[in-house]
Design a protein around this ligand. Structure first.
Ligand code: SF4
Length: 76
């Protein structure tokens, strides 16, 4: 079990990561589109139904399935 990526982690701040995608500030982060979450990002490695899982950007941290960051990329 990896530790969770914290929102105040410097890298998380840089990429506007939120554990709850609905908390992304759309005024500051206009590229965010509601409905995008880590769970439907191509870099997410969590199993369906898991609340947290690995992310290709972070070797030693889990991200929230309901989260989001600037690097979101549509899962094929
Ligand atoms: Fe979530 Fe994808 Fe960003 Fe990783 S790259 S934190 S899975 S949105």
């Amino acid at each position: 079990q990896l530790s969770h990526l914290q929102e105040d982690d410097p890298t998380a701040v840089e990429i506007h990561y939120k554990r709850d995608a609905s908390k992304v500030d759309r005024a500051k982060v206009p590229k965010y589109v509601p409905g995008q979450t880590c769970a439907n990002c191509s870099l997410y490695a969590g199993a369906p139904g898991d609340t947290d899982g690995g992310c290709g950007l972070f070797i030693d941290k889990d991200v929230a399935a309901a989260g989001w960051c600037d690097a979101w990329d549509k899962k094929a």
